[in-house]
Design a protein around this ligand. Structure first.
Ligand SMILES: C[S@@+](CC[C@H](N)C(=O)[O-])C[C@H]1O[C@@H](n2cnc3c(N)ncnc32)[C@H](O)[C@@H]1O
Length: 290
């Protein structure tokens, strides 16, 4: 990634802000998402509170870039539920890895009772921190620790421990929308580090792109591919879903869940009568650390 704040992270925040603006039939409420947007994006998200404008914007986005918006919405809600479950089952710290404009540290009920580590590329994190300072009162962010790290070049273990991360604490790690921007070596190194740093029974929630989509064996709307490439954040890594359980087992992890964002949309959006176009090659997995 180039040395500037992630553009794709901002787009995910825009999708969350649009979902939040829906009001009654939204599948999550992320009031900070709009505060993380700048310029035109913030204007769009504000205008989306007018129902007809919000629906029109979603329609325009989905026609021009089929897939990413409903995929982001469905995965956000699924991961909210998984993190909430892990907290209820005794996780004592949360690591948001490649946090972007994720606001879970400030919005999930009860999360303020545990330590939250937001680790991200320094360029994105600098912008996020400035925006958080303007949007979240100090007492509502006292439990949050910011850890700048480039996963392609730095040792995650050393930087986390240096920031006060509790080694061998029951932890829930969220690695959402990130693996597809890394290298095979960086993903492998990060997984091994996470397995050695956290307590047995800790949870790792991560998203990945089905490798066959990167090879052109599963169709991806060309506009989606082109958009991320043009922004300097091309997809560089994917897993083969069939090989994932074995791959994780070699790294002391047991795959507990592996759902496509299409499946997640069927669970959360379909019951609201929202026929969505979420991607089947974009997946959310949860692993238990052994
Ligand atoms: C699509 S955004 C997802 C952000 C957030 N997790 C979410 O779902 O809203 C990708 C994130 O990966 C981070 N990222 C990409 N390459 C990275 C690297 N080499 N080291 C650390 N973070 C990286 C970006 O800074 C950005 O926050």
């Amino acid at each position: 990634m180039r040395n500037r704040a992630s553009r794709t992270a901002e787009q995910v925040a825009l999708f969350r802000a649009l979902e939040t603006a829906r009001g009654r039939d939204r599948v999550f409420d992320d009031p900070l998402a709009v505060r993380f947007l700048r310029g035109g994006y913030r204007g769009l998200a504000r205008a989306a509170h007018i129902r007809v404008v919000g629906r029109g914007l979603e329609k325009y986005i989905d026609r021009r870039w089929p897939g990413p918006r409903p995929s982001a919405v469905a995965r956000t809600r699924l991961i909210d539920d998984l993190v909430t479950g892990a907290l209820a089952h005794g996780a004592r710290q949360v690591l948001l890895l490649g946090a972007g404009y994720d606001s879970r540290a400030y919005r999930l009920p009860g999360i303020e009772r545990v330590a939250v580590f937001e680790a991200d590329h320094p360029a994105t994190q600098a912008v996020k921190r400035r925006l958080v300072r303007g949007a979240v009162r100090p007492e509502r962010r006292r439990h949050v620790h910011y850890v700048p790290v480039d996963l392609l070049t730095e040792d995650l273990g050393a930087v986390l421990l240096g920031a006060g991360f509790g080694a061998l604490e029951p932890t829930v790690v969220v690695w959402e929308g990130v693996t597809n921007y890394l290298t095979e070596a960086a993903v492998d190194g990060t997984l091994r580090r996470l397995a050695s740093l956290t307590a047995t029974g800790s949870r790792l929630i991560f998203t990945y792109v089905d490798r066959r989509a990167l090879r052109g064996e599963i169709p991806v709307a060309e506009s989606w591919h082109r958009a991320v490439r043009r922004q300097g954040e091309p997809w560089t890594f994917g897993f083969d879903p069939a090989a994932l359980p074995g791959y994780l087992a070699e790294r002391d992890m047991r795959l507990a869940l592996d759902l496509s964002t299409r499946d997640a949309a069927d669970r959360y959006l379909q019951p609201l009568g929202r026929a969505e176009n979420a991607a089947s090659f974009y997946r959310v997995a949860e692993a238990e650390i052994q």
